[in-house]
Design a protein. Structure first.
Length: 503
């Protein structure tokens, strides 16, 4: 496997610093750990199944590679020359069989790390109560056991709820408070935990990799306060200007309550359900060993929540759509951090340049390539409620740049010849992003074009809006991507730009 073409990748052959691998760098912890390691002066290699996701982070100085723990052949190059490997992957979003996938992935990684001569594996697990019934909790413990069965020493850091933007447990609580002024909740809201601030957990992870005494040990990581989930909700509500009414009833078990989460939170349903089913336990960290090894002042609950709110609002740089980017949420931190999404891909003989040229003509007189009547109806509805849909025109019929208006959308990011990102400016209960990605086909000289809609819902109305429109989105994007390829192919064949799709 070769290093992907990425302008931020350093020349590793001249760097003698020990190499630290963040395996699973596209996930929540990984995407925060990589910049933390870089700030600490570490030499970093970041991996994910889709390296394009990592390229979108624009990490200066990190080496990027594609790797998948379920594909053993991909691990050799990922682990080559690695001193310390952070193992941060899980399969919760894969459905009911995620535990078996987690065991297989961990076994593959342990074998590959041993073959590569890795000195240490650092694994982030979860706090484990006595006799856990949750499959998620059992899987996190089993993953650590599988990694330790290999010859490479493992340092396992077990954390409970993490307070930080993008943390699934924190986002579930945030969505509940933002979306429901009245909550009839199961008794798990009275369960106690020791939530830890994201900056504190990252500091622990960075530090233990350099501590010889941490090799082969398991540490609990927690914040300084033991609080209930209800107290966390009320703390967030107070800082966000909301006062939810919370009524706990004994008849709603965590499993029952997990079934309606898709209608309340934007957190992926499989992940949210796996987390909630474990909340009947108290999660109190016994962190004396970790605090003795890595002394530091830990943030209390209110400081941690305030830090998370400020960090969320500060993430305003957009190079393309990135999960949780606040610019893609209309700079509204109360909109869902995680996005619902729908899209389609089409392939054809047209060159990537021709396809991107067609995409850049979107809107205005050229229309939206497919089912223009449906797009017009949506703009008309926006106009009726005071939206901007019919009050503005494109700056240029065939050229685009960041900031340009396209009917009721605005260009917020652009990679010429490759990617166009549009932010919806119609009135709606949430924030919408439409992104086009063009790729050359490996098998011939043609191309593929993908169109994906991302929707960050604003409360229950935003979630209902999404589910009502999903069938229309799938219909529109299948037709749109095919029409773009047809138009680009006609343009390639004729050598001139066609203002309308050939029939």
């Amino acid at each position: 496997m070769t290093l992907p073409d990425d302008s931020t990748a350093p020349d590793s052959s001249r760097d003698s610093r020990p190499l630290q691998l963040v395996f699973g760098a596209s996930g929540y912890i990984g995407s925060n750990l990589v910049p933390e390691l870089l700030r600490a002066g570490k030499r970093v290699r970041a991996t994910a199944r889709n390296v394009e996701v990592l390229q979108g982070r624009h990490w200066q100085g990190a080496e990027l590679r594609a790797a998948d723990a379920l594909d053993p052949a991909s691990l050799t190059a990922a682990l080559e020359g690695v001193d310390v490997a952070y193992y941060l992957v899980h399969s919760m979003a894969s459905g009911p069989d995620f535990a078996a996938l987690d065991r297989e992935a961990a076994a593959n990684f342990a074998r590959a790390a041993a073959a590569a001569g890795v000195r240490r594996i650092v694994y982030l697990g979860g706090l484990i109560p006595p006799n856990p019934q949750s499959q998620h909790l059992r899987s996190r413990a089993e993953t650590g056991e599988v990694l330790r069965a290999g010859p490479v020493p493992v340092t396992e850091v077990r954390a409970g709820m993490i307070i930080g933007p993008g943390s699934a447990a924190y986002e579930v609580i945030r969505d509940l408070v933002n979306h429901l002024p009245l909550m009839v909740t199961p008794a798990w809201v009275r369960s106690r935990s020791t939530p830890i601030a994201l900056p504190d957990l990252l500091a622990y992870l960075v530090a233990v990799a350099d501590e010889p005494a941490a090799a082969g040990r398991i540490f609990d990581a927690g914040g300084p306060q033991a609080v209930t989930y209800e107290e966390i909700m009320r703390c967030y509500g107070r800082l966000a200007g909301r006062k939810p009414l919370i009524l706990a009833v004994p008849v709603l078990t965590p499993r029952l309550s997990s079934y309606w989460l898709r209608f309340v939170t934007s957190v992926p349903t499989n992940v949210a359900r796996a987390l909630v089913e474990g909340l009947e336990h108290d999660f109190i960290a016994d962190d004396a060993g970790l605090k003795a090894l890595v002394p530091r002042r830990l943030m209390g609950l209110e400081e941690a929540v305030q830090s998370a709110i400020e960090a969320d609002q500060a993430h305003d740089v957009v190079a393309r759509w990135v999960e949780g980017a606040i610019a893609c949420r209309n700079f509204r931190p109360d909109y869902g951090f995680y996005a619902k999404r729908a899209g389609a891909t089409a392939e054809g003989p047209a060159t990537p340049d021709a396809v991107f040229d067609v995409i850049c003509r979107i809107g205005g007189d050229a229309g939206w390539f497919y089912a223009d009547g449906l797009w017009w109806i949506r703009r008309a509805l926006d106009w009726l409620v005071g939206g901007p849909s019919f009050r503005r025109r494109r700056r240029h019929p065939s050229e685009l740049r960041v900031g340009d208006v396209v009917d009721s959308w605005r260009v917020i990011a652009m990679e010429p010849g490759r990617r166009l990102t549009l932010l919806m400016e119609m009135k709606a209960p949430g924030a919408g992003v439409l992104e086009f990605v063009v790729r050359p086909r490996a098998k011939d000289s043609g191309s593929s074009v993908n169109a994906t809609a991302y929707w960050h819902p604003a409360g229950v109305p935003g979630l209902l809006y999404w589910y009502v429109l999903v069938p229309a989105h799938l219909f529109l994007f299948r037709g749109m991507t095919r029409a773009i390829e047809r138009r680009a192919s006609a343009q390639d064949h004729s050598g001139i730009s066609s203002p309308r799709d050939p029939k």
